[in-house]
Design a protein around this ligand. Sequence first.
Ligand SMILES: Cc1ncc(COP(=O)(O)O)c(C=O)c1O
Length: 436
Amino acid sequence: MSAASNALAHHWMPFTANRAFQEQPRLLVRAEGMHYWSHDGRRILDGASGLFCCAAGHGRPEITEAVTRQLSELEYVPHFQFGHPGSYELAARLARITPDDLDHLFFCNSGSEAIDTALKIAMAYHWARGEGHRIRFVSRERAYHGVNIGGTSLSGIMRNRDCFGAVLPNVVHMRHTLGDGPRFVRGQPETGAGLADDLQRFCDLYGGHTIAACFVEPIAGSTGVLVPPKGYLQRLREICDQYGILLVFDEVICGFGRTGRAFGADSFEVTPDLMTMAKALTNGAQPMGAVAVHEKIWEAISAGAPEETIELFHGYTFSAHPAATAAALATLEIYEREDLFQRAAELSPYFLDRMFELAGLPGVSDVRGYGLLAAFDLAPEGTPGTRGFRSLRRLYDEGLLIKWTGDTGIIAPPLIAERDHIDELASILRRVLSQG
Ligand SMILES: Cc1ncc(COP(=O)(O)O)c(C=O)c1O
């Protein structure tokens, strides 16, 4: 088909079956609260907070007003050697909710940029301390750390790595935490903490002194909600401490209440050295990412540079963009005023009850969940992903949007959800999955 024959053909869409989409598009034209509206006028329940972004629900006027005000006053500032007041206020506000000593914030525009920024900060830290020989990074199978070159190499998804994965050398992957363990486990599995000893094995094999950082999502989100076994993250922390390895939590999905606390680090009571965030930071209203950096890392990097020289040769034209900053400040204000993280914690048992009732439906081979985040696996039929794609279309036709990775459906409703929304979500899922 030539581009001219289809009005949608010019936009090469991300992570999309473009040709199938052009034949049967799913266009969303409006959103409010818990719902989207489709181009054909149907109301679609948002079971994925957009893409884990819109935690406070859609169309929040406070955010729109803050962004509008900011744009009419000051639409852009070059952030290299200049600044604007909002970014300092945002950094200070984030520092108040990030764990202990993760008090320095570096801003970027997405989760992928946050990951590559964290990689560079980790390298700069070791370099500044005379440990530039730490050239290895540890990540995990089934990890998703975005799509920039560093993050792609860290990721543990075969299709994402296929042509690009080996660009960053010296990345080794621990096993993921689902393995042969029990299925249909609600919350943290009791067993599996020993999988963290994969990191110990890498230390034994390569020398812990050659490893710069270990990257993990507290809950591996995009590949299907792999909840860390009890004690697993604690064990990673111990090994990192023993060998001077930086522990990086990728909180791009877990951050801002998804686990019932501000961050996965809070829920699982493990403090990393670096933390990436994006998505719900602005409630999805503006693109923004950030890295929270431990005091000791800032100290080491800045101490190594004379006062009038740049400490870190890294940054983006749109780092701390005024409109994104305004959106983030308004978003954090909503989270606090409406106590949304606590609300997520309170709704979680009801949500998980409904999600675990999916067990027993045709083809459902596992259900997992924590906080307001859950996933179910469908046994593949034919080519892996075909059944998932078919279910995505059917659910959308029935008025529900959730996230799919292959044959795994992922549910992450906005934190403002009421029990009725959860009931509706579960009943659409049951209806569609019952068809097999
Ligand atoms: C854990 C994690 N890290 C990084 C990213 C990449 O974020 P972005 O798509 O904003 O670049 C994602 C996106 O889903 C993610 O889930």
